[in-house]
Design a protein around this ligand. Structure first.
Ligand SMILES: [Zn+2]
Length: 472
């Protein structure tokens, strides 16, 4: 099995420390709001990775953290506290916010058919562990206390700093331009423990040797991964946005504390999902907040099945940017509709094979295995499924057994299909109602809402992305 290692920028043969067991750590969500479908694309890629490893016979010890403290809106220790911001927005406590959005995220994972990690540690349950790691870093001479009392990591003392991101000294200096924290010795230094922050009335605070406060964001991942996977492990995943700061700092913490190098053998990063508005329809206003914040539930309310989105992601390689088109009236994505149609047809073809199972075809399984084992070439793997379905020399029973085996990686539930679709007239009403709302024609918007609800089957409400309709 070959995977692309961000550390070396090369596709490498995968050789885990232990020939059977693989340690896999994935940076989890910050639970202050719903996950964006762009975030979810990263978790879908990680699910393909986990399923591919298991398909190839490995036992995967999969860990994903839940960030419920210490993450400011900027990765560089600036901006607002994300959890506090969520609590203020919804007039709840930070603990309530954390619980609500953790459950929402785990629900999204289930809907997308993502296998749940074996361990899902919360940052707030592991504060002692983080304090221990900071103490170790202090002992190793890698920290200093700023004039504000915060504990900083002195990145100039860590020789390999920036190796993952291939940051050179010049790029690090470039960071000075945006630097606002005068307590730092070097622009790339970061906070390990906050005692003094502008968020003085922070609900989440703990005692520490440096004073009462809370941990920086990065420390939780280096501390908690070691708890579950040991000092060194095989694969660490995340989105590409984590490379320059979060993962770079995780390495500095882990290697700085334990003295081991490399801490992680393989780093894998998923590319972004890019939103593109439909420019063909003139005059329709684009709501920026709605445009930039698409959730899985919004797609569901518009009649898409979460597995349509899974299929959509499957069609493109995880290291390629994926464009998601989004119509001006906020009711549809042509790409996602295409994925829905394709998935529906594929499922129908599999259902048409009947219920009788035969034997797994070794040639097709080989082809499929080669595709997924080539740095998760899922588009190629999907092509193998279609090729098999079209092969008249193979019996339906053998096809079914072979596809079921392949679906253990694809995760499309190809042999069990249930689709709830919004009727076309409801979709039309959603479009009209969004237009009325854009023109601030509230009377018309209310009238359309009543029409939708009078059908007796649907509930119509206002959401972040405009009109939302859910079955009663
Ligand atoms: Zn992390």
């Amino acid at each position: 099995m070959k995977i692309f290692n961000t550390l070396t920028r090369q596709k490498e043969e995968f050789e885990p420390n232990d020939p059977l067991n693989v340690g896999l750590y994935c940076c989890g969500p910050t639970v202050y709001n719903y996950a964006h479908i762009g975030n979810l694309r990263t978790y879908i890629f990680q699910d393909f990775l986990r399923r591919t490893l298991e398909f190839n016979g490995y036992v995967v010890n999969h860990v994903m953290n839940i960030t419920d403290v210490g993450h400011l809106t900027s990765d560089e220790d600036a901006g607002e506290d994300k959890m506090k911001k969520g609590a203020e927005r919804e007039k709840k406590t930070v603990w309530e916010i954390a619980e609500h959005y953790t459950q929402a995220f785990l629900g999204d994972m289930d809907k997308l058919n993502l296998l749940q990690p074996k361990w899902k540690p919360k940052a707030t349950d592991n504060i002692e562990l983080m304090i221990e790691q900071i103490k170790q870093l202090e002992k190793n001479g890698l920290t200093y206390v700023g004039g504000n009392g915060n504990v900083y990591y002195d990145t100039s003392k860590f020789e390999n700093y920036g190796e993952l991101a291939q940051l050179d000294k010049q790029e690090l200096r470039a960071g000075e331009r945006v630097e606002i924290d005068k307590n730092k010795k070097n622009p790339s230094d970061f906070v390990l423990w906050f005692v003094d922050s502008k968020h003085g009335d922070q609900d989440m605070q703990w005692d520490s040797p440096w004073g009462r406060g809370f941990p920086g964001w990065h420390i939780e991942c280096s501390a908690m991964s070691m708890k579950y996977l040991g000092k060194q492990f095989d694969i660490h995943c995340g989105g590409i946005d984590h490379i320059p700061v979060h993962h770079t700092n995780e390495i500095a913490q882990a290697e700085g504390a334990c003295g081991c190098h490399p801490w992680v053998q393989y780093w894998m990063h998923g590319e972004f999902l890019v939103l593109k508005a439909d420019k063909t329809k003139e005059g329709a206003k684009m709501s920026k907040s709605a445009d930039n914040f698409l959730t899985l539930n919004l797609l569901i309310r518009l009649g898409y099945d979460p597995l349509d989105y899974r299929y959509y992601c499957l069609q493109s390689h995880y290291r390629k940017e994926l464009v998601f088109d989004w119509s001006n009236n906020r009711s549809e994505s042509e790409g996602l509709t295409g994925a829905r149609i394709a998935r529906k047809r594929l499922t129908q073809k599999v259902l048409n094979l009947g219920n009788k199972e035969g034997t797994i075809n070794p040639q097709y399984i080989d082809k499929f295995t080669n595709a997924i084992s080539d740095d998760l070439n899922m588009p190629q793997a999907l092509a193998v499924v279609y090729e098999l379905l079209d092969d008249v020399s193979i019996s339906d029973a053998d096809k079914l057994s072979t596809i079921k085996k392949m679906d253990s990686v694809l995760g499309l539930n190809l042999d069990e299909e249930i689709i709830i679709e919004l009727p076309p007239e409801i979709v039309q009403w959603i479009i009209e109602r969004n237009e009325a709302r854009d023109k601030k024609d509230w009377a018309k918007a209310d009238e359309i809402r009543d029409k939708i609800q009078e059908s007796g089957k649907w509930i119509c409400k206002d959401g972040v992305g405009g009109t939302e309709v859910v079955p009663k």
